[in-house]
Ligand binder design. Structure first.
Ligand SMILES: [Mg+2]
Length: 363
């Protein structure tokens, strides 16, 4: 130590100070980069949560004018409205009205079943233009929200084969309640479906679709391939055990296609298969991958029959993967509707505002 001159000491000290400054700069740069990446990820997840609800609403509005028809191959599919109920261009139907009944509750951070049941009853009491047969039969005559699930069970006992698509069509918002908890999503999907559709296949379809939506929102990246089939199959462990093999096979049938095979589709099984088949069998445009959302919704409507519902179901998962930014601007401008007959009309931006209230990351 006695050999250390003052010059050496000053040199060492400057070297040490320089190293500390450089290290601090490097740490700060990494932190800023992480913050930027975190902000970018959060922005993308928000795009996909909004896309889930808006994709479903857009599919519903696109299919509304073709409900219960079988469009010919050369027929243009556009958001023209019309159909059996005289919808305005871009107007959504009962599918989105019932989804909003769920979203209005979960936008408050709640998943209270009685509150959701109460919204269903208010929607039905207002006299919706379009309402599915099973939904009507269950809601009709129920006065109290807490009695709704029991009415659904009792309807199933009298009609053991009844498994309509009316719960699957409105399941888009359910995954947003608990994006980080797949068991909770499965539980809620089952409970909310069972308010009107207690059949195990109606429940299984809602559980599988809601979990696929969760997987898309939390893992999909715009520039990387997304495995639709795996996302749907990954929910099978959450399906009641004696239905797993059946749904595994139903998924295989849908993947094999063609989508046109799944018509009629008022039954929850063929509605699910029609939506999945349209998604996996519609090519992704090389030059514009996000165009897959638009092309698939058109393909879903082309399957025919319950066109608005099949496109609403497909739109939820497509939007969860591709995000709101993939929905054509002219569709977003047109999409609108009411919560229930006679209520103030709301638009895409209002749905997006409600989605922001859910428990998505960044809230
Ligand atoms: Mg409808």
């Amino acid at each position: 130590m006695s050999d250390l001159t003052l010059t050496d000491f000053v040199g060492e000290a400057w070297w040490l100070i320089g190293s500390i400054v450089l290290l601090g700069f490097a740490v700060q740069t990494v932190q800023q980069r992480r913050a930027r990446m975190g902000g970018e990820r959060s922005r993308r997840v928000s795009d996909r949560t909004a896309g889930t609800v808006l994709g479903s609403a857009a599919g519903d509005a696109l299919g509304a004018g073709y409900e219960f028809t079988n469009p010919t191959p050369d027929q243009d599919i556009t958001m023209v409205g019309g159909g059996g109920f005289g919808w305005a261009p871009g107007e959504w139907t009962d599918d989105t009205q019932m989804a909003v009944a769920i979203l209005d509750v979960i936008a408050t951070g709640s998943s209270d079943l009685d509150a959701i049941a109460s919204n269903f009853l208010k929607w039905y009491a207002a006299g919706p233009a379009d309402v599915g047969n099973q939904t009507r039969s269950v809601l009709d005559g129920v006065a109290l929200p807490e009695d709704l699930a029991r009415a659904a069970t009792s309807y199933l006992e009298t009609n053991p084969g009844s498994a309509g698509n009316g719960a699957l069509m409105r399941t888009a918002p359910v995954a947003l309640v608990a994006l980080d908890d797949r068991s909770e999503i499965a539980r809620l999907a089952e409970s909310i479906a069972s308010l009107t559709h207690a059949h195990p296949d109606s429940v299984a379809a809602c559980v599988l679709w809601s979990l696929a939506i969760q997987e898309a929102i939390t893992t999909a990246e715009p520039d990387r391939p997304f495995n639709w089939e795996a996302a749907v199959r990954n929910g099978l462990p959450h399906v009641v055990e004696d239905r797993r093999d059946k749904w595994d096979n139903l998924i295989s049938e849908a993947i094999a296609g063609p989508p046109s095979r799944f018509n009629p589709n008022g039954w929850v099984v063929t509605a699910f298969q029609a939506a999945l088949s349209a998604i996996v069998n519609t090519p992704q445009p090389d030059e514009e991958p996000v165009g897959h959302l638009r092309d698939t919704l058109v393909a879903a409507v082309r399957i025919g029959n319950d066109t608005d519902t099949v496109a609403a179901i497909a739109g939820a998962l497509l939007g969860a993967r591709w995000g709101k930014s993939a929905i054509p601007g002219e569709w977003l401008d047109l999409v609108h509707g009411d919560r229930r007959r006679g209520s103030t009309q709301i638009r895409a931006r209002d749905l997006e505002e409600l989605v922001r209230g859910t428990t998505q990351p960044g809230k």
